[in-house]
Design a protein around this ligand. Structure first.
Ligand code: SF4
Length: 497
């Protein structure tokens, strides 16, 4: 007998489906966990718009709790847009269960996300507190990393100060040329009245150019006032960012991941083009969130910043970060680099590979740009003439000098730590920080913001972080145990204090 493929049920068959939507949603379904958690929240206290229940006349509003549940479930289910969420409310049984059959329109859904940015941040913060209540954050080791996410703005929306200045000059020239044409036609009018027909067109062109000139001048002033060099006309807070082979208009999202269960303990949305100024702000912020005195932080080479390393050291934060080799070219050319000189703190001298001492000369000076204090060390002029290493050591000036930064002791400690544990710590970093971003981008299918401006973007990022942390907690505890805890939490909140 021929074997047949699996057969479906005839479309006209009257199925005996469960009669309650409740029966379609299993006990371990994440939407039950979302429902249980959001029911524990005091949304009015968290700052949600229209959360007090004091409704005005007209149609009753949708409860903020219902819309928040919809968003969290949607972001976990790769449904981010308000139109698609509205669509899912009419066909997705899990969403129907979650919203008890309510079907808000896409405008209502979009408006909720638009006006509740700070409140969404507050919910995300509350969930981190819940993680602490459940002892899920270790607070010992943290991986910090940044990732670029696309803004809701195109590359063409970004304009730089230089481009604006060039365009303004061009517009001035065009306006001057049109005025010249008008004057010529005025002159012609006296002799050739038929040319007058062109004058209204020229006048309209001038008005159009003047309007563009005013817009560009306003943008230029905005840039000059802010001290920035570029602006996006679609999303004023987004920036053209470039890292490695990646180039986009968007935001630089920083996340700090606790090593105990890879939960995001802190996150930040910036528009910084790189991570060099991020180490201390992120490390200190996550230290405060975790409420710990000492902590270890692992980051990639992009975070290396001597001054910020010193700030972390003062706060008892031990950092592991690869030290960039700024003298790579020198070494590759077979010349002696600063690493070949040894500093002796007892005598405040450097000893060179030729066994000679380099003494401090001149007063310490602050380097322009960074403001870091440097001290120079050198040998007296002409003292190296007999050294067999001079060809590989001396610069064209004939005097070798070493500059020592005020943060050199911190960097030397780091160098020792990296020599002892560097490779293992960098593997730990990759395991920690790449997990959340991988989950957000691949599992949740999210790689760009749908809203514009810092406040709203923060709100959307909070939804993603909440979704990630919630998924982790369900994975760690199990959906039922998490719901039981939420029930306890709700009871505690509702009990009179
Ligand atoms: S050239 Fe001068 S500084 Fe360089 S190794 Fe020789 S003695 Fe030392």
């Amino acid at each position: 007998m021929d074997r047949r493929y699996k057969q479906g049920t005839a479309r006209g068959y009257e199925a005996q489906l469960p009669r309650r939507i409740e029966d379609f949603v299993g006990a371990d379904n994440p939407v039950r966990a979302i429902d249980a958690y959001i029911d524990t929240l005091d949304l009015e206290a968290l700052g949600f718009v229209n959360a007090g229940g004091r409704l005005r006349c007209g149609q009753p509003a949708f409860a903020p709790a219902a819309l928040l549940k919809l968003y969290v479930a949607g972001y976990l289910d790769r449904v981010h847009s308000s139109r698609r969420l509205a669509h899912e409310c009419r066909r997705n049984l899990e969403f129907m269960w979650l919203l008890e059959g309510l079907t808000p329109g896409y405008r209502t859904i979009a408006t909720f996300r638009q006006f509740n940015g700070p409140a969404l941040r507050a919910v995300c913060k509350d969930f981190m507190l819940l993680c602490q209540e459940l002892d899920l954050l270790g607070g010992e080791e943290v991986g910090i990393d940044g990732a670029f996410f696309n803004a809701s703005a195109s590359d063409a929306s970004v304009i730089t100060k230089t481009t604006l200045e060039k365009r303004l000059k061009q517009i001035e020239c065009d306006i001057a040329a049109y005025h010249q044409d008008l004057e010529t036609q005025d002159a012609d009018e006296r002799g050739l009245p038929e040319d007058l027909s062109k004058a209204p067109e020229l006048a309209a062109k001038i008005v159009k150019l003047q309007a563009r000139q005013a817009r560009h001048a306003a943008l230029l002033k905005q840039l000059e006032d802010s001290g920035e060099t570029q602006i996006s006309r679609t999303d004023p807070d987004a920036r053209a960012l470039r890292k490695g082979g990646q180039q986009l208009v968007g935001y630089n999202v920083q996340s700090s991941v606790d090593s105990k269960h890879r939960l995001i303990a802190h996150y930040d949305v910036t528009n910084a083009g790189n991570d060099t100024q991020q180490l201390a702000p992120q490390a200190l912020a996550v230290q405060e969130v975790l409420g710990v005195e000492t902590m270890t932080v692992v980051v990639d080479a992009g975070y290396f910043n001597e001054a910020q390393l010193a700030t972390c050291a003062q706060a008892n934060i031990t950092v592991y970060v690869p030290i960039p080799d700024y003298e790579q070219r020198l070494t590759a050319a077979g010349r002696l680099s600063g690493a070949n000189f040894t500093y002796l703190p007892e005598t405040n001298v450097y000893v060179c590979p030729g066994g000679q001492e380099l003494h401090q000369y001149g007063e310490p000076h602050r380097r322009a740009g960074t403001g870091t204090l440097y001290t120079r060390y050198s040998r007296p002029p002409g003292a190296c003439q007999d050294c067999p290493l001079k060809a590989a050591c001396l610069p064209a000036s004939g005097r070798r000098q070493i500059e020592r930064s005020e943060y050199a002791p911190v960097v030397e400690d780091l160098r020792q730590r990296m020599a002892d544990q560097g490779p293992a710590r960098m593997r730990q970093r990759a395991g920690l920080v790449e997990h959340p971003y991988g989950t957000l981008k691949r599992w949740f299918g999210w790689d760009h913001f749908l809203v514009r401006g810092f406040e709203k973007v923060w709100g959307e990022m909070s939804l993603m972080v909440l979704g990630y942390n919630l998924t982790r907690v369900i994975h760690i505890l199990g959906a039922q145990a998490f719901r039981d805890y939420c029930a306890q939490r709700l009871t505690g909140r509702l009990l009179p204090t």
